[in-house]
Design a protein around this ligand. Structure first.
Ligand SMILES: [Fe+2]
Length: 356
């Protein structure tokens, strides 16, 4: 330890701790103590601003138009997108993504997913993974529905820090049931999404009809957020770790549910935007109390974040994105400026102009 650090070290926890980190929580770091919090701001002008999005307030087109696609609320420089779906009617066509893997999160409602590899039922809190070139359609089985759909051109894989502990693969990772693969009567309409639009095919028979799985492993899975164990370090806490990531590590997926430990330090995340999705309580996550809230902190912007050691508990998840995110007009319409201490709505003034 250097003389400077040792000489400046107070007794007990340091005030206003601050962490600068590379590669999410996995690279170089430097931790400091500051004389006062550095997350406040009073005015801001421009596009790189923290915001909160009320997902239920997004005007999702597929809520009233069964043929509409999910509504994109954010996109990144690396071609990842985040969409909101409020589909309550069965998909009237088959869907296949030619460019992107899809990771769905069920915020509200129950859904039957009919896929190339069979039937999979999904409930609130479930992640449902559908890689590119897999055909599927969705049948909601409840009258209210809200899903978050992440699309990425890179392959998503479950990759917890150890083969057991964070995820119990045998117990909690579900796969479609190939014995339940109800086919539609033909002809059927198939929509294939590519970088330049949607191509519509009419097929004489349902291509998802299935005899049996006879080799390999089924690439579609489901996993509930509540089944993913948060990682911490006792007794003071420490960084979380991801349970899934894309092959190029453009996106990292974490549970950010309640866990023991001290409040995290103030943070400058050098390489990743942070997008926190509060799924539900009963416990509050700082100023976030309503289910279905997205708290977005763009990379390099100072944030502290609430205490995560909440006795009543809550469930939340986090995307780290190397591609800088921007809200679309549909996302911005449901967004408010956010203060980055407790992730509440900010009292600061957002000044017009300069790329807003
Ligand atoms: Fe952070």
């Amino acid at each position: 330890m250097s003389t400077e650090i040792a000489a400046g070290r107070p007794a007990g926890p340091p005030p206003n701790p601050h962490l600068w980190s590379r590669d999410g929580f996995n690279g170089d770091i430097c931790v400091t103590s500051r004389p006062y919090p550095i997350v406040e701001y009073t005015d801001v002008r421009g596009p790189h601003v923290p915001q909160r999005v009320d997902l239920a307030s997004v005007a999702a087109a597929d809520h009233t138009d069964a043929a509409a696609p999910p509504t994109i609320i954010a996109h990144s420089r690396t071609d990842a997108t985040i969409s909101v779906s409020r589909r309550i009617a069965p998909t009237p066509f088959l869907w296949r993504n030619a460019e992107n893997d899809e990771l769905h999160f069920i915020q509200e409602g129950e859904f039957d997913y009919l896929t190339d590899f069979g039937f999979m039922h999904c409930s609130p809190g479930d992640f449902a993974y559908i890689p590119r070139a897999v055909t599927y359609r969705v049948v909601p089985t409840t009258t209210s529905a809200l899903r978050v759909i992440v699309e990425t051109p890179s392959q998503v894989a479950l990759k917890p820090p150890a083969p057991f502990g964070m995820i119990n693969f045998a117990r909690d990772v579900g796969r479609p049931d190939p014995g339940r693969a109800p086919a539609l009567d033909g002809p059927v309409q198939l929509l294939v999404k590519s970088f330049d639009g949607v191509t519509e095919y009419t097929l004489p028979r349902d291509p998802m009809a299935l005899n049996a799985i006879i080799g390999g492993s089924v690439p579609v899975w489901r996993l509930n957020l509540a089944a993913i164990q948060p990682l911490t370090y006792l007794t003071h806490g420490g960084p979380p770790d991801s349970f899934a990531e894309t092959a190029d590590r453009d996106l990292l997926f974490y549970t950010l549910s309640a866990r023991s430990g001290d409040r995290p330090p103030m943070h400058h995340n050098a390489d990743y935007d942070e997008l926190i999705f509060y799924f539900r309580g009963p416990g509050e996550y700082g100023s976030i109390t309503a289910p279905g809230q997205l708290a977005w902190v763009p990379k390099s912007i100072a944030h502290w974040g609430p205490n995560e050691d909440v006795p009543d508990g809550y469930l939340a998840w986090l995307i780290e994105s190397t591609g800088t995110m921007r809200l679309t007009p549909d996302g911005a319409a449901a967004a408010q400026l956010m203060e980055t201490g407790e992730f509440g709505v900010s009292n600061a003034t957002r000044l017009p102009g300069a790329g807003e």
